[in-house]
Design a protein around this ligand. Structure first.
Ligand code: GDP
Length: 485
């Protein structure tokens, strides 16, 4: 029984309530087992249907994974230039990395859910900057696309490539209202699915039922995105509705559960998290994470952003309040209550300001407040592997906090609060150089925002709009964006 309303399930192991497969070698990926030790609460149980689909997926991946006979057969099909008329045992979706690490984590989760929904095997293109960042998520196989994959220019695909789904529709290489029985000799052996923010109207039809019916017959999909595109499966693809309901009875747990299944920092990255956490954070009674992402197009000074953080903190009671009279005294021979503030930012400014603040003043509640920042890299260096390791470590350190204040529009922030399972306080993005009257909002959902949603004009069957309103809403930090809640 994989009943849709079940939220807990018996499992053959206890790691994250059965989310983690039991047949892994523990030592090869310590984060999988240690993250739950550092963070005791796991607010969302996987449904038994999700666990069932994950175990099926693992079997499929093992059967079709790199260098298996079925993989070789699918590569031959790819080389033939057209998709097989007979259904193939193994069909694939290849994830192509794009933009920063936060974007990548959101698109990995989205692509993986698509793979589960459509019985495809997900393989990832491994660029140098991604080497040794994540553990292999599936037992006894690999998710890495073999380097001898015949299509070499994956990184160069963009919205104008001939092989995008949109351009193939435009040139009638594919006709989207194929009936199920239509002859499929004409379908190409692969389609490039462009779900980057600059996608065209025809690319967005990817989310429509009719288009999914056609795409089912294409053996290889190559997918590039920088968006958390899962909400569009809910809002535009009725064929996925029932499965989605059963997979995730709680809509706001989609990213949380997918990410804790799929994304685990390598031992190398986990070493950074573990050392930092144990040295500075573990002993604090409460850990507050502040993530400050500065988008230069907003042209706002650091002082203004710091003021916004303080204004927000006053409204939402995030940071310990200063005691300007200095009347509260510590008890030197007793255990004093303590708070740790973890700052994640490319810059040291916010850390320095906070550190001085709590050095120069005591706080009204009499707690000891310490302020930490693991790194300040000054610049985004997405092509640099060691830079990415620190970024991933900081997302995981934030995921171990009890309370989060994050920057609006930032996928780094979305990924961190999604991993934490915390509804963050989100700083509104400053426009016109002025701090908004409402400096921040307390989020109703920890789901990431789909910042530039596809909103396709689908023909044929559509989703019940009334039902949709129950679980998809506008993002508080970006009017056009949508999110699950
Ligand atoms: P977004 O641009 O805020 O949506 O987040 P992304 O993660 O996609 O891209 C920003 C990139 O800048 C990150 O992946 C890091 O490489 C870097 N970066 C931004 N903020 C931080 C931070 O607080 N710490 C570290 N170590 N890197 C950061």
């Amino acid at each position: 029984n994989y009943g849709s309303n079940e939220t807990s399930t018996p499992s053959n192991n206890n790691y994250l309530h059965g989310l983690i497969p039991s047949n892994f070698d523990k030592e090869s990926c310590l984060s999988r087992y240690e993250w739950p030790l550092f963070r005791k609460s796991f607010p969302y149980m996987p449904s038994s249907y999700l666990l069932h689909k994950l175990r099926n997926y693992e079997d499929l991946h093992k059967k079709c994974g790199p260098n298996t006979p079925l993989y070789q057969k699918s590569i031959q099909q790819l080389n033939s230039g057209h998709s097989s008329i007979e259904p193939m045992e193994c069909n694939y979706v290849v994830w192509i990395p794009h933009n920063g690490l936060g974007n990548r984590i959101l698109t990995l989760a989205s692509t993986f859910l698509y793979a589960i929904l459509t019985n495809r095997v997900m393989l990832i293109q491994m660029n140098d900057e991604l080497v040794d960042l994540f553990c292999e998520p599936f037992p006894d196989t690999s998710w890495i696309l073999p380097p001898d994959f015949p299509i070499k220019n994956l990184n160069e695909f963009d919205v104008n490539s001939n092989v995008t789904y949109g351009n193939m529709l435009d040139k009638h290489v594919i006709i989207s209202n194929h009936s199920i029985n239509t002859e499929v000799e004409s379908l190409p052996s692969y389609v490039y699915v462009h779900l980057v923010y600059d996608y065209h109207a025809l690319d967005r039809l990817f989310f429509c039922n009719d288009d999914q019916i056609v795409l089912r017959k294409v053996n290889w999909l190559l997918l590039k995105s920088d968006q958390y595109f899962i909400p569009s499966f809910y809002s535009s693809t009725p064929m996925f509705e029932e499965k989605l309901d059963r997979l995730f009875p709680a809509k706001e747990s989609v990213f949380y559960l997918l990410a804790h299944y799929l994304i685990h920092p390598s031992n190398n990255v986990w070493g950074l998290v573990r050392r930092y956490y144990m040295s500075y954070l573990a002993k604090a009674d409460e850990k507050i994470g502040i993530q400050v992402r500065v988008f230069f197009f907003t042209k706002v000074s650091s002082d203004v952003i710091f003021q916004q953080i303080q204004n927000c903190s006053k409204v939402e009671s995030v940071l310990p309040e200063l005691d300007f009279n200095g009347t509260k005294a510590f008890k030197p021979d007793e255990q004093n209550p303590s708070k740790a503030i973890l700052v994640a930012s490319l810059y040291s400014y916010y850390y320095e300001k906070l550190k001085s603040m709590y050095y120069e003043h005591s706080v009204k509640t009499g707690e000891l407040v310490s302020v930490y920042q693991p790194s300040h890299e000054e610049q985004q260096k997405t092509k640099n592997q060691s830079h990415n390791k620190k970024a991933l470590a900081e997302m995981y350190l934030l995921s171990l906090c009890d309370m989060l204040m994050t920057s609006g529009w930032s996928t780094f922030g979305y990924a961190s609060s999604g991993l934490a399972g915390i509804k963050p306080v989100i700083l509104m993005t400053i426009r016109n150089k002025n701090i908004p009257d409402m400096p921040c909002v307390r989020e109703a959902s920890m789901e990431p925002c789909y910042i530039f949603p596809a909103k396709p004009s689908c023909k044929g069957k559509t989703v019940d709009k009334e039902k949709l309103q129950q679980y998809v809403k506008q993002c508080p930090d970006f009017d056009h964006g949508i999110k699950l809640f």
